[in-house]
Design a protein around this ligand. Structure first.
Ligand code: ADP
Length: 214
């Protein structure tokens, strides 16, 4: 079992890069954010537990996240190639993933660190629109859908995530700096991190990532 990790603040473009690498390299896209949003929508127990934290831009508990990751990984065959987007987000989660992979014989081959300035992240998040049904991501100016308010992929309604409101964005950036950014050092020490300049276009980030696989 092999995995790559997309690391970066909210709005850095993890989801957009994930869509590209899924098509180009055949990775399974595992987004804990998407999984949690689906759980909230379905009203499951996981969703009920996660909802309040998500709306406030706080992290959901490590125990809950590790549980959903373990279940998800267990559904795939040994040769699966995972791409984790938005996971791990704390040192505790990174250690949990490490233990899980030690148990099942998994390897983390690359960690992509998507780096962009804070003001770019804030502007991107405020302009982000998400498909209510498939989760596809748009930017009202830089990556608009063909028809305003409608998803190009499945015709679903585009909406602004409640946690993409201005106040919550600032909290999410703070949470990232405090709880997730330490993972950069954690993976740098393991010599599997690749820094990407994620402040430009989506295509620019995609090409930098692709070049690392060659
Ligand atoms: P973004 O990267 O744009 O902030 P995500 O879709 O990855 O958004 O996550 C949305 C929210 O879901 C987070 O703010 C957090 O509340 C929760 N979440 C997602 N992944 C995790 C995780 N690995 N650990 C804890 N909470 C998470």
């Amino acid at each position: 079992m092999e995995a790559i990790i997309l690391l970066g603040g909210p709005g850095a473009g993890k989801g957009t890069l994930a869509d590209f690498l899924k098509t180009q390299k055949g990775y399974l896209h595992i987004s804990t954010g998407d999984m949690l949003r689906a759980a909230v929508k379905s009203g499951s127990e996981v969703g009920l537990e996660a909802k309040t934290c998500m709306e406030a831009g706080e992290l959901v508990s490590d125990a809950l996240i590790l549980k959903i990751i373990k279940n998800r990984v267990a559904q795939e065959p040994a040769e699966a190639k995972f791409m984790f987007d938005g996971f791990p987000r704390t040192l505790e989660q990174a250690e949990g993933l490490h233990s899980l992979f030690a148990e099942i014989g998994g390897t983390i081959s690359h960690v992509f660190n998507l780096d962009a300035d804070r003001d770019i992240l804030i502007r991107r998040l405020a302009a982000r629109r998400t498909c209510r049904t498939c989760g596809a991501i748009y930017h009202v100016i830089n990556m608009p859908p063909k028809v305003e308010g409608i998803c190009d992929v499945d015709g679903g309604e585009l909406y602004q995530r409640p946690d993409d409101s201005e106040e919550t964005i600032l909290n999410r950036l703070e949470v990232y700096a405090k709880q997730t950014a330490p993972l950069i050092g954690y993976y740098r020490a393991r010599e599997i991190i690749h820094d990407l300049d994620a402040g430009g276009s989506a295509d620019n980030t995609d090409q930098q990532a692709l070049a690392i696989f060659v």
